[in-house]
Ligand binder design. Sequence first.
Ligand SMILES: [Zn+2]
Length: 251
Amino acid sequence: MTEPHDHDDYSHFHLGLNSLLNHIVHGNQNITAEEANAMKGVQQPEVFLICCIDSRFQPDKALDYGPGVALEYRPIAAVVPPVKDADQAFLARMAFRRLKDVNNIVIIAHSDCGGAQASINVPKPDLVNGGDLDIVADETHRTGLDVTKLSQEFLKAANGDVRAAGNHLAKDVSVQSLKNLLEYKGRGKHATIADEMKSGDLHVALLFYDLEKHSVEQFDLAKGVWEPMVGFDTGAPAPKAPPPKPAPPPP
Ligand SMILES: [Zn+2]
């Protein structure tokens, strides 16, 4: 595979590389004094965040945090494989989480997920003879779920609506990712993440973020159900008071 070497090769992007680099120059001017301070110091992140690669989801905006708060890991569909199948890149990130003593982990799945929809569209990905879509579609299978079966069931239940079926699959995939995560090595004296959680030394949350509504559901691991986050501002405009009636004409 050859690397693109001149500007024309980037022409299929909405944003050319030159204007992207300009964004960096001008974006630097938007960094607040508070953010600049946080960037200068030693990082002591509060949360290890696992969310999808999707470019529409901006975790720092959605969760409203600045620099120094979150270690971000962004695999397709926020997939966490069982520990026996983990790749070195993820194991190293988990080691970094332990070194930095990060005591919160948040997994965020999202609506309209391309990774989940690829799995719906290609229920039996072929990594040998298939193309790029097969490679993307295969990611959700790394959770260990029977995605081939689930994809077909969800598509049938949604009357062929790939988007709706994908949302169901994205949720199931994230729940399995959470279950897989529990088996990974814990920090300090804890053998596993599950032990770390039980001791109260670690808090773990699984969320589903709706890209259209900006609403969030949280998965209750004990009950095994998704629940809307209580007290969450949906961003919907407040109902308007009816306009005042025009004053009667002067007599
Ligand atoms: Zn996604």
